[in-house]
Design a binder for this molecule. Sequence first.
Ligand code: GDP
Length: 273
Amino acid sequence: MQALEFWSLGFTPLPISAITGTGTGELLDMVCSELKKFEGLEGLDDVEEDENRVPAISIVGRPNVGKSSILNALVGEDRTIVSPVSGTTRDAIDTELTTVDGQKYKLIDTAGIRRRAAVASAGSTTETLSVKRAFSAIRRSDVVALVIEAMACVSEQDYKIAERIEKEGKACVIVVNKWDTIPNKNNESTTHYEQDVREKLRVLDWAPIVYCSAINGNSVEKIISAASLVEKERSRRLGTSILNQVVREAVAFKAPPRTRGGKKEAVFITQHR
Ligand code: GDP
């Protein structure tokens, strides 16, 4: 095709000659000015994980589900004396936990909330206040361990917390505590139980479920291994080419709707840090 034909089609070509070099300077200028738009994005595919970053895990749930007991089983009773993390808030106490393989986590405890909430309660119920405090802990976390009580299963408050976790884009582990209180468990009843939890917590259908008994420490450590897995998954960087391929395929499958401003088109996608 000749340059003129492009013009006739409504395009504005940049005529160059590789042999004589005509127009190549202009071409380079244009490429550089386009690249400037993505300044700061270069090399994002190879962003190194910040090894000093300590992921924060919050333990949230309704009063009495066993949040304190879980924390005690994980880090011991003297946690606030042994390893207080600076910058703790009045709403939640942060504790540092180091796993056997040396990975550090910051645990955000919301367990003390109940007692303060009971005192502060004026017009609001303790449960409502505890949900509000759970929201602020969720905001500060990378991973949320949403604790529900085995016998009570999922309540309205649990659902509100679950919705918030999903909305804030946090990683999550659903923890069914007091598993010891469910009598005559077998594979079939456990599958039924899980289906019930999945049905009631649809917004978190991607979150792993851990069954534990904080009272005797049974399976409590699984909360941390599951949290570690979901945290890695959440902080995983997707290569720009994969992202663009996925978006191209999605758009080919279903084009974005036309708006008043015309058709929207994705030009270039990259995952920001
Ligand atoms: P929190 O308000 O969520 O921090 O709940 P706590 O940790 O204070 O626990 C509330 C009550 O549940 C306490 O009496 C605990 O002993 C009891 N509890 C906690 N975990 C378990 C468990 O796994 N099994 C049973 N049977 N009781 C538990």
